[in-house]
Design a protein around this ligand. Structure first.
Ligand code: CP
Length: 305
């Protein structure tokens, strides 16, 4: 594939190739080889119109570990503030010879538009409430490395599904790879039409306590309070009481089950601090795996040697 705009771009064989390549990257980076020459002479542009900590830093680290030249573009402080359009910004990057453009944008579909204007590969680093495919890949990588498989794995994705690009990409990728996904949350944040649009293969539950004992993975989503103006949201306390993962609830999970969160977290709202910091939590591991997965994505898209 040339671009990674959606988790739907990936069939099972391609997704598995990315995960296997990421495992090789992790093994090489973990040994004495800190930097690989695979993308020497290639240019990767990180084009971030929305704030990010994990994704921006890990794409930068991934490109540098593959010896690519990296240009970091942040909309703040650029000519975007003077009204420059995405198209004109894209043409400027094109003139600078970008081999890959990694884009985060508040508008759903921005990576698809960008792919019409640049010759290089486009990687979606999160677009509006639409998708975040590399997050889904690093989540799948983490599940596979912790639990040994994805096929048949029971994954509960919990919380603000309505606004979550992470949930959307995870549903697409995990069902492609054979996992069974259950979306859990209040009815206002997980309407049935949204669930059906995500995938016909997913189940829906409004009862977290009923789902936990039969889950291998519980993935807590950030409550996106900044996007709540268009949806009914119970008080933070009521939400936490019904859908927050605290120590009492975590004990309902099977012994082997893991707790995930893409970050950033609202500690004390969707996840209790003791749960986030517990040995079952893979939150820090997910960030570390993000670098290997993004190395694999850049390597495979750019035909690295
Ligand atoms: N998970 C994630 O996308 O985090 P950032 O917004 O910090 O990149």
């Amino acid at each position: 594939i040339k671009h990674l705009r959606s988790a739907a771009d990936l069939d099972a064989a391609t997704a598995t190739l990315i995960l296997d390549t990421a495992a090789e990257m992790a093994a090489l980076s973990g040994r004495e080889v800190k930097k690989l020459p695979a993308l020497r002479g290639r240019t990767v542009v990180n084009l971030f119109y929305e704030d990010s900590t994990r994704t921006r830093i890990s794409f930068e680290a991934a490109a540098k570990r593959l010896s690519a030249d990296v240009i970091n573009f942040s909309a703040k402080g650029s000519s975007v503030s003077k009204g420059e359009s995405l198209k004109d910004t894209a043409l400027t990057l094109q003139a600078m010879g970008a081999d890959a453009v990694v884009i985060r944008h508040s508008a759903s579909g921005a990576p698809h538009r960008l792919a019409n204007w640049v010759d290089g590969s486009v990687v979606n680093a999160g677009d509006g409430t639409h998708e975040h495919p590399t997050q889904a890949l690093l989540d799948a990588y983490t599940m596979r490395s912790r639990l040994g498989r994805l096929d048949g794995l029971k994954v509960a994705i919990v919380g603000d599904v309505l606004h979550s690009r992470v949930a959307r990409s995870n549903v697409l990728l995990l069902t492609t790879l054979g996992a069974q996904v259950t979306l859990v949350g209040p009815p206002t944040l997980i309407p049935l039409d949204v669930a059906a649009a995500l995938s016909e293969k997913t189940q829906v539950s409004y009862d977290l306590d009923a789902v936990l004992p039969d889950s291998d993975v519980v993935m807590m989503l950030r409550v996106q309070t900044e996007r709540m103006q268009d949806s009914y949201f119970p008080s933070a306390r009521e939400y936490s009481r019904r859908y927050g993962l605290d120590m009492l609830r975590m004990r309902k999970l099977p012994e082997h089950a893991i707790v995930m969160h893409p970050g950033p977290m609202n500690r004390g709202m969707e996840i209790a601090p003791e749960v986030a910091d517990s040995p079952r939590s893979t939150i820090v591991e997910q960030v570390a795996n993000g670098v290997s997965v993004r190395m694999a994505v850049l390597y495979l898209l750019l035909g690295g040697k």
